[in-house]
Design a protein around this ligand. Structure first.
Ligand code: NAD
Length: 324
């Protein structure tokens, strides 16, 4: 196979073995990030590995006359104009639809459980109190054992299903709401017909829906008004699924006893890293103990990075060899 030219951005942080794999199959051009693109480089590339946070749309694509593949080792591709790429005969390769492979990638479901446990058991505030020199359990009692709580899963797809299976081990009552899934191949899980019903019945609600026009702001004031008093919300899906103002209100009023989120609504905005402390949820969390935030680390284990990067590179290689 002829060596094609591939544009790699350092912010992608590929693992060393995957960088070696890239170098053995491609002439790799490395730039820090797409802000450093220039016309000359773009005019010569066959493949680009597109990082989240930088848009690969008409403007950029039109500067790449030789481009054959835009690849991303992510399940979502909000940073790629797939339709325009398709019109130009460019193949978009991502992890979307790679069902069998993705079944083996479990860290987001695992982190979801880390958040459920941490927020219901007051792990972070109790740790903080120890660091401040206190040794008392009394301020940190969880309202109930998990085995006496009910879990409501919104979105019973790849991650929602894994979360449900782990919930079985905790002996929780498990319900799900997913208008596109009629039955579940998981014993002891009950389907509810509306999000409202899920809100009314759940002690802990966990979100695993994709972000799209239907789900943007799905979790809003109306939803919180239906929630059990003193329930918990966990969001490892996408920040914009939750109305930030409504979440803060629900935490302030005690409608929610706690929330834990791995995703924020503005996190994909350019320059977000520089203004994190100004985000309303981060400001709130700095002053209150009932909101836990992690910086989108759900899928972040070194082996998952390595495997998803490798899978993406191999998909690109397979596509190019079929093309020849
Ligand atoms: P998936 O496509 O396998 O499952 C999504 C499920 O949501 C599907 O079953 C679908 O029918 C359901 N759904 C769609 N619209 C719905 C609605 N309005 N109400 C209820 N259910 C609805 O997706 P997945 O791989 O399980 O990913 C779930 C979410 O997790 C996505 O938002 C994804 O971006 C996010 N994610 C986050 C991380 C992280 O690091 N935090 C990592 C991977 C994925």
């Amino acid at each position: 196979m002829i060596k094609r030219t591939l544009l790699y951005y350092r912010i992608l942080n590929y693992q060393p073995e995957n960088l070696a794999l890239l170098n053995s199959h491609f002439n790799v051009i490395t730039l820090p990030d797409p802000d450093h693109d220039n016309k000359e480089i773009l005019s010569g590339i066959d493949v680009v590995l597109a990082p989240l946070g930088y848009y690969y749309g008409k403007e950029r694509i039109d500067l790449c006359p030789k481009l054959k593949v835009i690849a991303s080792n992510t399940t979502g591709t909000p940073h790629i104009d797939e339709r325009y790429a398709g019109q130009k005969g460019i193949r978009v390769i991502s992890l979307k639809g790679e069902t069998d492979f993705l079944r083996t990638i479990t860290p987001t479901a695992e982190h979801t459980w880390g958040l459920v446990l941490a927020i219901t058991r007051n792990t972070v505030p109790s740790f903080r109190s120890v660091c401040e020199g206190h040794w008392s359990r009394w301020p940190f009692g969880a309202p109930k054992m998990l085995s006496r709580m009910s879990l409501g899963i919104a979105g019973l797809g790849r991650i929602g299903r894994m979360v449900a299976r782990y919930a079985e081990a905790f002996g929780m009552t498990i319900r799900f709401y997913d208008p596109y899934v009629t039955g579940a191949d998981i014993p002891d899980i009950t389907r509810v017909r509306s999000l409202e019903e899920l809100a009314l019945l759940s002690d802990v609600i966990t979100l695993h829906v994709p972000l799209n026009p239907e789900t943007e702001g799905l979790i809003n004031r109306d939803f919180f008004s239906k929630c059990k008093n003193g329930s918990y919300l966990v969001n490892t899906s996408r920040g914009r699924v939750v109305d930030t103002g409504a979440l803060i209100e629900a935490l302030e009023t005690g409608r929610l006893k706690g929330a834990a989120v791995d995703v924020l609504d503005d996190e994909f905005e350019r320059g977000f890293e520089k203004s994190v402390t100004a985000h309303p949820l981060v400001s709130y969390a700095r002053e209150h103990d009932n909101l836990l935030i992690t910086p989108h680390i759900g899928g972040s284990t070194v082996d998952a990075w390595r495997l998803t990067q490798e899978h993406t590179i191999k998909s690109v290689l397979r596509y190019l060899s079929e093309e020849e």
